[in-house]
Design a protein. Structure first.
Length: 333
């Protein structure tokens, strides 16, 4: 089979059996290998969904500019797709994100604007900066500019409902008892939960919220409150986005970084997969959901991106020790 262009390579990722955590829990825990997307993450789907939607509703014109505030992966997906389809991208990103993602965006040709990492209420937060930039570029750019708006643009959840969620159902022949993942925009959780619940309302849907994020409290007590932060990038928020509002959630857990990270260290050493920090939180979440459901169940989670884009942090013993976090037991230097 021949593909006509890069966007056709997005999606249809395989499920992989996660051996160690399946043995640990007596469940079948499967990871959706989203790192195999051409931009290296689950966010390629979001980028494609948003671009296709903007093309269809006429806001994105040929040669137009796409502006987005992102932890990096959505910017990477948008930029690669934009290159393939003849658009330009302006990517606004907090400085706190990994050096590797910044370097990739630069390599791929995004017009990159790094801003201070601040709280959402600060007008200079990366999301507000992206909105303002899109408004002003729409006035000055010959072919106009759009703000991708991944947090509240429900084309994000829709593409996950139509692709990620449907694929999980088909790949398991409907024999899936639970699904769990962390939330950045909520697009993955909302889309997959809707696709699965529409086919079988008894499938249990969980949120694995990283330490410091406000959503665990929100789903367990109704109070949107969190303190501290996780080193996992791209997940953990303190607002209910329009995408997240669409999610159907039955279960919530909040693994600490110290609990989550050893799962990806073990995955690399024993199962040959080098995963990012959000995958660590997702796998820890899958273990919690497995314990909740009991042995014999099938649980799916998302392996969001590859760990090499966090080499300087997640797999750097000096960084980890400075953060007071466990280091891979097998890593000597
Ligand atoms: N993992 C990583 C590495 C991400 O970049 C993101 C998105 N920011 C997510 C998970 C969360 O996905 P979603 O936006 O669909 O909630």
């Amino acid at each position: 089979m021949t593909y006509k262009s890069m966007p056709e390579l997005i999606g249809n990722t395989p499920l992989i059996h996660l051996k160690q955590v399946s043995e640990l829990t007596g469940c079948t825990i499967l990871g959706k290998a989203e790192f195999l997307n051409p931009g290296g993450s689950v966010k390629d789907r979001t980028a494609l969904g948003i671009i296709r939607d903007a093309e269809q509703n006429g806001t994105l014109r040929p040669g137009g500019t796409i502006v987005e505030g992102t932890a990096g992966n959505t910017g990477i997906g948008l930029t690669l797709i934009a290159n393939a389809l003849g658009y330009k991208t302006v990517v606004v990103m907090p400085q706190s994100q990994s050096r590797e993602k910044i370097e990739l965006l630069d390599l791929y040709g995004a017009d990159l604007r790094l801003v201070m990492a601040t709280g959402y209420s600060d007008p200079n937060h990366y999301i507000h900066t992206a909105r303002r930039l899109a408004e002003s570029l729409n006035e000055t750019e010959e072919n106009g500019a759009i703000w991708a708006r991944q947090f509240d643009n429900t084309a994000n959840a829709r593409i996950h409902e139509e692709t990620t969620g449907r694929e999980i159902w088909e790949q398991t022949d409907g024999k899936v008892d639970g699904f769990i993942c962390a939330v950045g925009t909520g697009g993955t959780l909302a889309g997959v939960s809707r696709a699965l619940k529409a086919r079988n309302k008894d499938i249990r849907i969980g949120i694995a919220d990283p330490q410091g994020s406000a959503l665990y409290n929100y789903y367990t007590t109704g109070e949107l409150h969190g303190e501290g932060r996780s080193i996992a990038e791209g997940i953990g928020i303190s607002l209910i986005t329009d995408n997240l509002r669409l999610a159907e959630v039955d279960f919530a857990c909040q693994p600490t970084d110290a609990e989550a990270l050893p799962y990806i260290f073990d995955m690399l050493k024993n199962e040959g997969l080098c995963l990012g920090g959000s995958s660590a939180v997702n796998i820890a979440g899958a273990v919690s959901l497995a314990r909740e459901l009991g042995p014999g169940h099938t649980i799916v989670t998302i392996l969001c991106d590859y760990g090499d884009r966090y080499k300087s942090k997640l797999y750097n013993p000096v960084f980890l020790e400075n953060m007071g976090l466990p280091t891979p037991s097998w890593k000597i230097n």
